[in-house]
Every structure is written in structure tokens, then in C-alpha cells.
Design a protein around this ligand. Structure first.
Ligand code: ADP
Length: 599
């Protein structure tokens, strides 16, 4: 019933090759083209295995049964082959439900015809078991009309697929030449073996080598897939991408003749038909010819003025080279960047306008402050003078009003100075002058300046500078300004409490100065707004304590300019802690850097 023949190695090899092809294509399985390919290879495996079994079997009934099962793949392979060609050549839109239904019905009826042959004998009228010269048991007999119809149909399908593949291979550009050759071999293999089999020229008669051929084609296709990434970008899809690109692409040969171009390029050219093969000078507008004349490599900006305005292009020229590196043409890519240019210009203009406005604002503020300060100084000076005069004449009851004038005048002067300062910072006109600073001395100086203010409100003002704080490099004038503001605020917003200034190294490269008070504190929701200009939290408090609302805004910006920042922690009713954090630049390190910079 069963016997061994070495000929089964053919179908077994085919099954193995097809399985290898499946294994290779498996990683692409989410793509429809790969799914169809896997279907085709699965059918080939089935075909080969059934074929191997049939070859090793000796009874007529067994052989007929195995052939019937095998027939599933005989009708399946051409079906999948056609679908594969359609997907591969980017014709997925053709594969409609209707087409699938027609093909499946057609193939299904042939399969049914094969399975019901014993009733109608239209496929194989008679079959008999023959023992061939090469030691094989095979079924022989004439073929019926249904068989011819099914073979014709299968050949038709494979033919359509092959024609599609060959036309695709022909269309593939030089870039895809190797891939195109692989496809061509893959497409033609089944035909060659089939013709050999039908004409009796096959070296192994009575063995159907078709599954071997399909398996080999499958393998060739997978080589193309692997090596040339067929499934990543199908050439047809790639052509479509280039065709749909809004950038104009023109390929020229060394004689400046147009050898390829995309539709976007077509619309730029002066001539619209039969452009290929003609010289660029003949078909392109003069401005383009002019711009690309001696440009072989690089990126250029090209302006083309026409009736409707000026169009700006970004032109890229690339020299094409053959295998030996000799130039054999050029690619020109033109991208319309008019809108981008206009936007950039508008942005530049807006920036310049904003800068000019800012400068004007700063100049205005500086002049205004100066103009305001001059008469104000006179008002303050004369008020003091009149006050002394009144006092010396014993008219003390009149001095109270003058005191109000003097207090308001001083407040106005502080306000003007702050505004001027803030305007300078905003206009980036504040320069930081770093120099070695003994931080303990500076803090003590600030504290002694404000001692009077602290005692006015019966506050205790204390200082602690940790011994490990080294002299640092920073701007002493600006740091003093910041500390005066913070300690001043702490004194202003605290009554009968304590204010403690503590300086220490918070990290290896940071110095921190905490100004802690036990004053009125700040509500959490107001902490964020604290550093905004003209920000005063509570009008009643401010009225009581005075101030401009600019101090913290200025201090924060100064700290940032010095490479640090101010952070705040506070609790209403308990007090606040304002912390100045500054980078620790040690004097030796700074001197070394200065030397390196040659200062
Ligand atoms: P001003 O010149 O008005 O003091 P600042 O910018 O220095 O301006 O402060 C803004 C506001 O922040 C103050 O009006 C006050 O309401 C609040 N503030 C600042 N420091 C303290 C503090 N130590 N305790 C409580 N409130 C404070």
C-alpha cells in the first residue's frame, strides 16, 4: 500500500522551501500583500505534502482521495497568485468583494467538479494505475473537458498575475533593478516548469514539479522582500509618493536634458507636453534655467517675480553619480517657500517693531523719570528749607502740612526710581558686574542700615552667617539692593516680632540667604502673584506700610540675572521666609576663568 520512492524528495523540498518563504514573510503579516503571499505559500505546502503522500501510495482509491485533497491547493495557488500580483502592483482597489466572490465561485466549482468526478467523469473519464519505468506508481488516463477548463482557468489567472508582475518589473527604476529581476524570475519560474511538464521535456516525467516551482518563486519573492524591502515600500507606492509630492522634482542628464519629472515640476515648466528627452533650456522658463545653470550641488533660495507677485523657492541641486562615482546627471528639487518666507518676514518685522517699542518705552521712562525727578528734588529741597525756616520762626503749627508734602514727595521719588529700575531690567539694560564679595560683611551692612526701621516697629533683627560660606563672586550692588528690599519688607510687615537673616551653603554649589520674619504672612493663593510688577497684596496693609509694589518684581529679576532666584514660603499670621539662592562661584575659580578668557 505504501512504498518509498526518492522522488518524494521533490515535493518535500518544495514544502520546506515554501515554509521558509512563509517564515521570512511572517513579520510583514499585517500587510494585505503579505497575507495573500502567506496564503499562496500555505497552499503550496499543502499541495507538496499531499503530492508526497500520493507518490508513496499504491492503491487507486487512496491516490484518488489524496489527489482530491490536493486539489484544494491546485485551485488555491492561482487564486492567491493573482491576488498577490494585484496587491503587489498597488491595485488593491481592484480587489473588490465582487471580484473575490467571482473568483471563489469559479475555483470552488472546479474543486467540486474534482470531488464529484466519480459521478459525472467530466474531470477524469477513466483512471488506471500504471507502474512507470522509473519505479513509480502513478494514475494515468485521459483528461475530461472540465479538467481542460480548470487548467485553462488556472493558466489564465497565473498569466494575468505574471503580466502584472512583469510590467511592474519593467516600470521599476534603476533603483529597483535587482528587485525587478527577482520578481521576473519569481513570476516566470512556474511557467517554465509547467511548459516542461506539459511538453514532456521535463527531466523527470510523470512528476508534477509545479509546487516546486511555486515554492521556489515564493522564496525568490522573499529574497526580494528581505533584500530590497519590497513590502516596506512597494515601488508603485513610491512612484505615487513622488507623483503626489508638492515639491517639483526634475531629473536631468549630463547634457541637461529632462529625463524624468513629477506633475508638480510639470506645472512649473513653460512647455507642458513631450518634455522628456528635451533640453531644459527649451522647456523650462528662463528664470529657472538661469538659476540652475552652474549649480550642481547645494541649497539655494530662488525668487521668481511674476504678474501676481514674487514666489520664493528653495532649490536643492544634487549631482547623480554612477557606480564609479562619475556624474551622470542632476536632480533639482524646488519647494515653494513663499508663505514661509512671508511669515518669517512678518515675524522679523513684528520683532523689530516690538524691540523698537520697548526701546521707545525705556527711553520714555528714563526721560520721564529724569524730568520728574528734577522738579521733585526741587520740591523736596524747598520744602525742607521752608520747614526749617518755619521752625526757626517758631511757626511749628504749620510744619505738619509740610511734613505731609515731604513724605509724599519721598514716596514719589522712590516710585520713580523703582519704575526706572524696572524699565531698565525689562529692556535688558541692567548689566551685572561680578566681583569677589565678602557676603558676611555685605549682609551685616544691610542689616545695620535697616536696624532703625526694625526698632521703629519694635522688632528684633538678627544675623547668622555660617562659617563655611566662602567669599563668592557676584554683583555686590545688586545683591545689596535685593537684600535691602527683602529685609526692608520683613521689617515693614512685622510688628513686635523677630527678623532673622541666615546665610549658608544649601548645596555644594549654592549659597542661600533666608530672610525669616514673624510678621503678617501671605496667603498661599497670593504667593504666585507676589513677583509680578505693581503687586501689592492687600490695600489696607499697603496703605499702612507704604511701598510701590515693584520691589519683589525687581529683586526676582535681578537674582535671575545673577544666575539665581528668590523663593518664598509663608503662612498668614505666622510669618514669611524669603530665600535668595545664588550660584556659588568661588573667587579662585572665577580668577582662573578670567585668566583663561584673557581678561
Ligand atoms: P512694596 O514696595 O509694596 O513692598 P514689594 O514688591 O516689595 O513691594 O512687595 C509686594 C507685596 O508683597 C507687598 O505689598 C506685601 O503685600 C507683600 N509682602 C512682601 N514681603 C512681605 C513680607 N515679608 N510679609 C508679608 N507680606 C509681604
Amino acid at each position: 500500500m505504501w512504498y518509498f520512492t526518492p522522488y518524494i524528495l521533490f515535493p518535500l523540498t518544495a514544502a520546506m522551501l515554501a515554509m521558509m518563504a512563509m517564515f521570512q514573510a511572517w513579520s510583514y503579516r499585517q500587510l494585505p500583500v503579505a497575507q495573500v503571499f502567506l496564503g499562496m505559500m500555505a497552499c503550496t505546502v499543502w499541495w507538496s505534502l499531499c503530492n508526497a503522500l500520493e507518490l508513496s501510495h499504491t492503491t487507486v482509491e487512496g491516490k484518488i482521495l489524496l489527489s482530491s485533497i490536493q486539489y484544494i491547493s491546485v485551485v488555491g495557488v492561482p487564486f492567491f497568485w493573482l491576488l498577490f500580483a494585484l496587491f503587489y502592483t498597488n491595485r488593491a482597489h481592484v480587489v473588490s468583494r465582487r471580484l473575490l466572490l467571482v473568483l471563489l465561485t469559479l475555483q470552488g466549482s472546479f474543486l467540486l467538479g474534482a470531488w464529484t468526478n466519480s459521478w459525472h467523469r467530466l474531470m477524469w473519464p477513466t483512471v488506471e494505475l500504471t507502474y512507470t519505468a522509473n519505479g513509480l506508481w502513478v494514475l494515468t488516463g485521459p483528461n475530461g473537458p472540465l479538467w481542460y477548463a480548470s487548467v485553462l482557468n488556472a493558466y489564465g489567472m497565473v498569466l494575468v498575475g505574471t503580466v502584472l508582475m512583469i510590467s511592474q518589473a519593467r516600470r521599476s527604476r534603476a533603483l529597483y533593478r535587482a528587485q525587478a529581476i527577482s520578481l521576473l524570475i519569481g513570476a516566470l519560474l512556474p511557467w517554465v516548469t509547467s511548459i516542461l511538464f506539459v511538453t514532456g521535456l521535463s527531466p523527470i516525467p510523470s512528476i508534477d514539479t509545479t509546487p516546486v516551482a511555486f515554492a521556489l518563486s515564493g522564496l525568490v519573492f522573499t529574497v526580494a522582500m528581505r533584500r530590497f524591502r519590497v513590502l516596506d515600500i512597494l515601488p508603485a507606492a513610491r512612484e505615487m509618493i513622488v507623483d503626489q509630492m508638492p515639491d517639483a522634482i526634475i531629473v536631468l542628464d549630463t547634457g541637461n536634458r529632462v529625463i524624468d519629472l513629477n506633475p508638480a515640476a510639470q506645472s512649473i515648466l513653460a512647455v507642458s507636453v513631450d518634455v522628456l528627452g528635451r533640453s531644459l533650456a527649451e522647456v523650462a522658463p528662463y528664470w529657472l534655467v538661469d538659476q540652475v545653470r552652474d549649480r550642481y550641488e547645494g541649497q539655494f533660495e530662488v525668487n521668481h517675480t511674476h504678474a501676481l507677485g514674487t514666489t520664493t523657492y528653495d532649490l536643492r541641486c544634487t549631482t547623480l553619480r554612477d557606480r564609479d562615482g562619475n556624474p551622470n546627471g542632476r536632480i533639482l528639487v524646488l519647494r515653494d517657500i513663499t508663505l514661509f518666507k512671508q511669515a518669517a518676514l512678518a515675524l522679523q518685522e513684528a520683532k523689530e517693531a516690538a524691540e523698537a517699542a520697548n526701546q521707545a518705552k525705556s527711553a520714555f521712562l528714563a526721560t520721564m523719570s529724569h524730568e520728574l525727578r528734577t522738579p521733585l528734588t526741587a520740591i523736596l529741597g524747598y520744602s525742607e528749607f521752608v520747614r526749617q525756616d518755619l521752625q526757626s520762626r517758631g511757626l511749628d503749627d504749620l510744619t505738619a502740612d509740610l511734613d505731609r508734602i515731604i513724605t509724599s514727595g519721598r514716596h514719589l521719588l522712590t516710585l520713580i526710581n523703582d519704575i526706572l529700575d524696572y524699565a531698565r531690567i525689562e529692556a535688558n539694560a541692567v548689566k551685572i558686574h561680578p566681583e569677589p564679595v565678602n557676603i558676611a560683611l555685605l549682609i551685616n551692612d544691610v542689616v545695620s542700615t535697616l536696624q532703625g526701621l526694625a526698632t521703629q516697629r519694635q522688632n528684633t533683627l538678627t544675623v547668622a552667617v555660617e562659617p563655611d560660606v566662602p567669599p563668592i563672586v557676584t554683583d555686590p550692588i545688586r545683591l545689596r539692593q535685593v537684600l535691602l528690599n527683602l529685609v526692608g519688607n520683613a521689617c515693614k510687615f512685622t510688628e513686635q516680632g523677630t527678623i532673622h537673616v541666615h546665610c549658608y551653603r544649601s548645596t555644594a554649589d549654592m549659597i542661600q540667604i533666608d530672610v525669616r520674619d514673624t510678621g503678617i504672612g501671605i496667603a498661599t493663593d497670593q504667593l504666585q502673584r507676589l513677583f509680578q510688577p505693581f503687586m501689592q497684596l492687600d490695600n489696607s496693609t499697603t496703605r499702612r506700610y507704604g511701598g510701590t509694589g515693584l520691589g519683589l518684581a525687581i529683586s526676582q529679576r535681578l537674582c535671575r540675572a545673577m544666575g539665581g532666584e528668590i523663593v518664598v514660603k509663608s503662612e498668614p499670621g505666622c510669618g514669611s521666609t524669603f530665600s535668595v539662592r545664588l550660584p556659588l562661584v568661588e573667587v579662585t575659580q572665577w580668577r582662573h576663568e578670567q585668566e583663561l578668557e584673557g581678561v
